[in-house]
Design a protein around this ligand. Structure first.
Ligand SMILES: [Zn+2]
Length: 239
């Protein structure tokens, strides 16, 4: 089944694991399949995009997405979540309340960044916030394969969650803590002084040999993450 990842525009990253760089804003969605469960990390920039991801995931894996991890509460990473009825949705502690309270801001941000108004309205109206919040770490058992959700604290956003997929070649889903296709973006909800420490945590999780999957851009290595850490420390302070 893995042979067809490329046919759907996905990049295969290992057995039962692949990611897709989504159009327009270039956010990444990652799939990790175990024997019993399928985890999707981030759900796209609209309900429509979520539906497309769900259709592709089911075609690739022959079953439904059972778990969703949201890396942080920015529109291009969360607005497709409602397409996955029945999946357990995880986010960093505090994100559920933020999304429920902040739907108007999410709508305004999405529209200002170019999402057509009807798409933004539909996506925000149906928005699904995490039913499970992660404080510290949470291990998910997907059947013969475990993944670890890690609350790395506020840095790029107020609620950053990383995902470690252990293995001989570990993989770390970084969300926008790491960006390859452009400068890391620090918006009004960022906590730049904590950002270098969050990248240290990612490096500790994955080690030297991991694949680091950024929120935007090509998959990078530990050296890239370390260089970005140093650049952020220089830009914002922190050590
Ligand atoms: Zn972001």
């Amino acid at each position: 089944m893995d042979a067809s990842w490329e046919d759907f525009g996905w990049e295969r990253l290992g057995p039962g694991t692949g990611r897709r760089r989504l159009p327009v804003w270039d956010a990444t969605a990652l799939l990790v399949a175990g024997a019993d469960g399928v985890l999707l990390c981030d759900t796209g920039a609209s309900l429509r995009e979520g539906v497309e991801l769900r259709t592709q995931a089911e075609a690739l894996l022959g079953r439904r997405v059972t778990h969703i991890a949201l890396s942080h509460p920015h529109f291009d990473h969360v607005l497709g979540t409602a397409a996955f009825a029945g999946a357990r949705v995880y986010g960093a502690a505090g994100m559920t309340e933020l999304l429920r309270r902040g739907a108007g801001e999410l709508y305004a941000d999405a529209v200002s960044q170019g999402l057509p108004e009807p798409d933004a309205a539909e996506s925000v109206d149906t928005l699904v916030a995490p039913g499970e919040e992660v404080d510290g770490e949470r291990v998910l058992d997907l059947g013969g394969r475990q993944v670890v959700l890690v609350n790395v604290g506020a840095a790029h956003s107020g609620h950053d969650l990383a995902v470690l997929v252990p293995g001989s070649a570990p993989l770390v889903f970084c969300g926008d803590l790491v960006e390859e296709s452009g400068e890391p973006q620090a918006g009004p909800d960022a906590l730049p002084a904590r950002w270098p420490a969050a990248l240290d945590r990612l490096l500790e999780l994955g080690g030297e040999d991991a694949l680091y999957v950024p929120g935007h851009g090509a998959v990078v290595d530990a050296a890239f993450v370390r260089a970005q850490r140093d650049a952020l420390a220089g830009r914002f302070g922190g050590s």
